[in-house]
Every structure is written in C-alpha cells, then in structure tokens.
Design a protein around this ligand. Structure first.
Ligand code: SAM
Length: 279
C-alpha cells in the first residue's frame, strides 16, 4: 500500500485528531498569535491587517488541494520504490501530491531542484526518483541542520528548538536510501544552517527550476528566500510549505517581507497549508 509510506506523526490525519488539534491550537491562534503577528507586520512596514491569516486554521486542517495539475506518470511506482527503500514521508499525501504536480509542471525549465528544510529527506528523494524515471536532467539539493530546528525568534509562536530532530547521522541514512533507489548521483546533501551551507552552493552559480521552502520559522524561511529566489529560472516554481500554516506565522511574515522587498506577488494557495509562486 503506497499510503503506508506516509507517516502521520507530524500532522493531524483523522477527524478526531483534527478536532483535538483545532481545540488545542485554535483559541491561542486567534487570541494571541494573530494579534501579535499583525502588530509585528506593522512594525516591519507591512500592512497590518492580513485577513488571509484568519483562514490558516481552516486551510491547515482540511486536506484540500487548490490547483488541478496532474501528478507525473509513474507517481505510485515512485512511492512504492521509496517505501521499499525504507523512506517515510512526514508531510501528508495531498500536500505531497500537489508539490510533485507543481514540480512536474516545471520539468522543461532548466535548473536544479532545492529543498530548504529537508528533514528526513522523503520529499527530495521523491523528486530525485521521479527525475530519474522521466530523464529530467536535474540534481536535488537537500539543505537542513539534520539536527533539529534552530532556536525560533520572537516572530515564531509555536515552534520549539530541536523539533524535527532526526535520528543521529541521518544524512548517512539518506545517502544509503538514495543508493538503494539508484539516485545517489542525483542528490546533494548540505548539512548545517542555510546561512552556513549556501555560500558553497552559490559558488557554483546554480539555477533552480523548483524550490521547496519548508523551514517553519522566521529566520530559516527568510534565509531560504534570500538565497534561493534570486536564483530561480523563469518558468520555475517555489512552493512555500508553511505559508498558510496554523503554527507558522513567523514563516508567513518572512515570506511576505521578502516578496514585498522584491516586488513579487503574494503566493497562491497550493494544498492545505502550502502556497506557491510561479516565476
Ligand atoms: C518541517 S521540517 C521539513 C520537512 C520536509 N520538507 C518534508 O517534506 O518532509 C522543517 C525543517 O527545517 C529545518 N530548518 C529550519 N530552519 C533552518 C535553518 N536556518 N537552516 C537549516 N535547516 C533549517 C529544520 O531543521 C527542519 O528539519
């Protein structure tokens, strides 16, 4: 069953869990997080009243996709191969399928794919496997501390330092999984803070056709935008996993600041809490 490849530890999957999560997080979100976020937006020179943020709890808890692009042929086959190699997804099926469909829509745009916030690596490995199955001439760059979330800032309301800590030496595990999948030559693992690992990447003057920005917190999201978006090819796409997240208003603030400063439009909803921007 390809559904077994999706682990459910990091999101509410069933109705009961969603209700529980809504009751736990909803009042805090509306009474404390949103008012504080609006104040912070004003301090950062953004229009304070971001009414879109009021929909985040609904978007986060509904398994809805807001675009209708097809997933690539052989998608199920790729999921089965990942399952057999021991890979498990931490993002849910609908969000993963929508992301992959967006990647597929950029397949003729020249450039590599990059994931800022790769965690256990499932999403990047999926893109690498699909790239191989369809002869897409592309590497997938995987960036993370691989040691858990760095310390959140005053702009982050619900994330903890060390959250998303994988088992020790996880990059070696990813490398072994990539070898089992026959995509070791299609991935690059960059371990450390984005601000520390990116200079070596930038030295090779890469171009990206697809970027997945999934850092959850303000600073990591801003660093990822600053370093990745200027390298995006025309026709490429950026997926922001957390833009409409119930726990990630710091990431939304960082994205809005970056887009305002670079005269780019607001991202459009993609699936659940994710949003995208075509370049
Ligand atoms: C939700 S997880 C990513 C999930 C992954 N994209 C997936 O599809 O399964 C967020 C990750 O962002 C990473 N992160 C956040 N800020 C970072 C930074 N400044 N530098 C490196 N990694 C960072 C955390 O370590 C964490 O693993």
């Amino acid at each position: 069953m390809t559904s077994d490849v999706f682990a459910t530890g990091h999101y509410a999957s069933g109705l009961r869990e969603k209700l529980k999560r809504g009751i736990e997080l909803g009042p805090k979100y509306y009474l404390f997080d949103v008012p504080r976020y609006w104040r912070q937006r004003r301090q950062r020179g953004l229009p304070a009243l971001d009414l879109g943020a009021l929909w985040n709890p609904v978007r986060s808890l509904r398994h809805e996709t807001y675009t209708s692009q097809p997933v690539p042929p052989r998608y199920e086959e790729a999921l089965r191969a990942l399952y057999d190699a021991g890979v498990r997804f931490d993002n849910p099926p609908a969000r993963t399928a929508a992301l992959v469909a967006m990647w597929w829509a950029t397949r003729i745009t020249p450039g590599d794919a990059i994931e800022c916030g790769a965690y256990r690596g499932a999403t990047s490995l999926l893109l690498a496997v699909l790239g191989k199955l369809h002869d897409v001439p592309q590497r997938v760059l995987m960036l993370d501390t691989f040691a858990g979330m760095p310390a959140p800032s005053k702009f982050d309301s619900s994330r903890r330092p060390g959250e998303f800590t994988p088992p020790p030496d996880w990059p070696t595990t990813i490398q072994q999984q990539a070898e089992a999948l026959g995509v070791a030559d299609r991935i690059e693992i960059h371990r450390g803070l984005f601000s520390d690992t990116f200079p070596a990447i930038a030295a090779h003057t890469p171009t990206f056709s697809f970027a997945h920005i999934d850092a959850n917190i303000y600073q990591g999201t801003l660093d990822a935008c600053v370093r990745t978006l200027p390298l995006m090819a025309k026709g490429g796409a950026v997926v922001f996993d957390d833009y409409n997240g119930l726990m990630d208003l710091g990431a939304r603030l960082a994205i809005d600041e970056y887009l305002r400063d670079h005269h780019l439009p607001a991202p459009s909803p993609l699936a659940e809490c994710s949003a995208y921007l075509r370049m």
